[in-house]
Design a protein around this ligand. Sequence first.
Ligand SMILES: [Ca+2]
Ligand SMILES: [Ca+2]
Length: 194
Amino acid sequence: MVDSTHHDPAVNSCVTPVTGNRFVLYGDFDGDGQPDTLTEHFFSEIDNRETNKYYKDMDYDLQVRLNDQQEPCSFMTCSNDYIDTLNTGNGGVFGLSWLKNEGDLNGDGTDEVSYISDWADWSNLNTCHLVTWRRHRWEELYRFPINELSIPDTGDSSGAGTHFPGFIRKIKPGKMMVQFDNMGTPDSAIIRIR
Ligand SMILES: [Ca+2]
Ligand SMILES: [Ca+2]
């Protein structure tokens, strides 16, 4: 298999890969009372293996270009064999920029997960996804626009939300407050979920 990153004439052949962050999230995502662990992975579909997200001392435009050549695939696997892989982005992605256990928002006994993919683009507009493991699959309960500038730089793999309260707040089972981006202006709304 050809590693196309080494065949871009505009790129110095001695680029230094930087692995980058991998999120790890703890919770009970199937509600069986046993703890589960979600672990972020960043694969290149060229060789179907874990790969680097970035390159050392390289400007963003080139990072995006090399990212594209890797044919990246961003997903999370679970320590619980009964919980499927959660796909979070294919192609043009640097993995995740946000991942949080939101607790049991809909009151059915399982913890919900919010995540934001770190797209390899030039826009601050992005989407926060709220998902739950239900009926043997990951189901999206809600999604809303966010501005990437509001995401804290967590910088480690301990999971997001340690200082920043997050985008979602539970009001009561089945009812939540969402902080979203309303065409450039921070806004909030009360949302019902089931
Ligand atoms: Ca569990
Ligand atoms: Ca739940």
